[in-house]
Write a protein that binds this ligand. Structure first.
Ligand code: GYE
Length: 345
């Protein structure tokens, strides 16, 4: 495979300090650098920096694909826009990188650029979210979470909780603050809730996207409270939106918590990465969090090393994840025949 000898430097994003992630800092975007022939050049198109999950994921990738580990990583931040990611992938192709790692913003719209990568003989590894392409041969493999399973865990927890508290299904009035529409995480988490609401007879009032950000979560929640006076469960498709939503609920003079027949609004969420959301979970402000594991760097590294060694890794690689609640009411849940202990956050 072709190696790149020379790159020259550009770009600049202020390093983003990670909440809840100790001292890890995202390195600036980079493009050009002189690298030794010994290193494998990897172009990583990250979709953005919208959440703590995402920033932790970026750091994990940068740490695993470091020079010390034998990699020359070219990192591009797509700013939550697929068009930017397509440009980044084309740039990687032009530079003749050895591997492309893509964390795609949305599922659709990748056929053409991935065909260009294949024509250039550059293997593509997908991380986190997936692409919906007519030919699965356009990428080598994927590693990430089962987002619908995460949703099934949260809804199983809510079902068990409401059964134990004798809350009848028609008294459960849910709004869903969705992630970025068309992303794999949104699609799976939204589908899981819709299926559970139908199966259990919950009142799913409405859904609106908060784009996985704290600010939009706050905005959307404020609007939902104005439009519906009976909301008692908020299902947030990530923790950053949950933090924003909790702020909006409290600013509206309402209380977050599990006593939903006595005026509380219950918040449930996904990720378990950000320290504040874990604190909220310990305090009972967030009743339940399905973990979503962002530490894919070493997994992607292992996939690249397998491909380098001429092996064919599994096409789809799922990570194991937990469920958290500090409420002493549901010890475990069962989903698709598997029992998961509900753990302390
Ligand atoms: O849950 C959210 C992030 O795709 C799993 O994207 C990821 C999701 C994660 O912005 O916080």
């Amino acid at each position: 495979m072709k190696k790149i000898a020379v790159f020259t430097a550009i770009t600049l994003l202020l390093p983003v300090l990670l909440a809840g992630c100790g001292s890890s800092v995202i390195k600036e975007e980079n493009k050009v650098e002189t690298v030794s022939e010994e290193l494998l050049t990897v172009g990583f198109s990250q979709l953005g920096a919208e959440s703590d999950w995402r920033n932790t994921n970026t750091v994990s990738m940068q740490e695993a694909l470091s020079k010390e580990n034998g990699f020359n990583l070219v990192y591009k931040n797509g700013q939550q826009k697929q068009a930017n990611q397509i440009t980044a992938v084309r740039m990687f192709i032009q530079q003749g990188v050895d591997y492309i790692v893509l964390a795609p913003a949305t599922e659709t719209g990748w056929d053409i650029v991935l065909a260009e990568a294949r024509d250039a003989n550059i293997p593509v590894i997908l991380v986190d979210r997936r692409v919906d392409v007519s030919d699965k041969g356009l990428y080598s493999c994927w590693v990430g979470s089962d987002f619908e399973l995460e949703s099934k865990k949260v809804t199983a927890w809510l079902k068990a909780f409401s059964d134990r508290r004798n809350i009848s299904p028609e008294n459960i009035h849910i709004v869903n603050i969705q992630g970025s529409i068309g992303s794999t995480a949104q699609i799976g988490r939204t589908r899981g809730l819709a299926n559970a609401a139908r199966e259990y007879g919950w009142d799913l009032l409405t859904e609106a996207s908060g784009d996985f950000t704290e600010n939009k979560g706050r905005e959307v929640m404020a609007a939902l409270l104005k439009g519906h006076d009976n909301i008692n469960v908020v299902y947030c498709e990530n923790d950053n939106m949950a933090i924003g939503a909790i702020d909006a609920i409290e600013s509206a003079g309402r209380k977050v918590g599990p006593n939903i027949l006595n005026g509380d609004i219950m918040v449930v969420s996904f990720d378990g990465v950000n320290e504040q959301s874990l604190d909220y979970c310990r305090e009972g402000k967030i009743s339940c969090i399905a973990e979503c594991n962002p530490l894919h760097g070493p997994r992607v590294r292992a996939l690249i090393e397998a491909l380098q060694a001429g092996e064919t890794p599994e096409k789809f690689n799922y990570v194991d994840e937990r469920i958290f609640s500090s409420l002493d009411i549901v010890d475990n849940i069962s989903v698709d025949g598997i029992t998961y202990d509900v753990e302390e956050p």
